[in-house]
Design a protein around this ligand. Structure first.
Ligand code: CU
Length: 151
């Protein structure tokens, strides 16, 4: 029965092609990290950046940390005309893909910011990846007047 013999083999092949690409390494690069200058009394900031994975393996952004406050991954959704943010457990960065954290979408929320963020300055941020480990970058603070978009 040739059909009965090939079916399990085909199923195994399909399973293999759908499995996460764990063998090849990911190749993560981060660019364009920015945040908006804070106004008086504002103790939160949102960080936007682009993550590219040019490697052959999947990766995952697990969380981030910065000396200026407590960083959390957030997603944004519109709910009846109101923007709502919720914590994200992790962010998948599949092989050969680029993901943009941007205003109105996924971002890194920083709470408990004690020092004002001033346009033209920058602050350090570490991104923690499942497979690529820690990546340290600098976040450029853009003046509030030129940012022009809502969170
Ligand atoms: Cu947020």
């Amino acid at each position: 029965m040739p059909v009965g013999r090939t079916a399990p083999a085909l199923a195994a092949l399909l399973l293999l092609s759908c499995a996460p690409k764990r063998t090849a390494p990911p190749q993560i690069s981060i660019s364009g990290a920015w945040s908006r200058a804070t106004v008086a009394g504002q103790s939160t900031a949102a960080v936007y950046l682009t993550i590219a994975n040019k490697g052959g393996g999947d990766d995952k952004l697990l969380n981030a940390s910065t000396p200026i406050g407590q960083a959390t991954l957030h997603s944004s959704t519109m709910d009846g005309g109101v923007m709502r943010m919720r914590p994200l457990e992790a962010l998948d960065i599949p092989a050969q893909s680029t993901f943009q954290l941007k205003p109105g979408g996924t971002h890194i929320m920083v709470a408990g910011v004690k020092q004002p963020l001033i346009g033209g300055s920058s602050f350090p941020l570490a991104l923690h990846f499942d497979r690529s480990g820690d990546r340290r970058i600098n976040v450029d603070v853009r003046p509030a007047s030129t940012a022009g978009e809502s969170m």
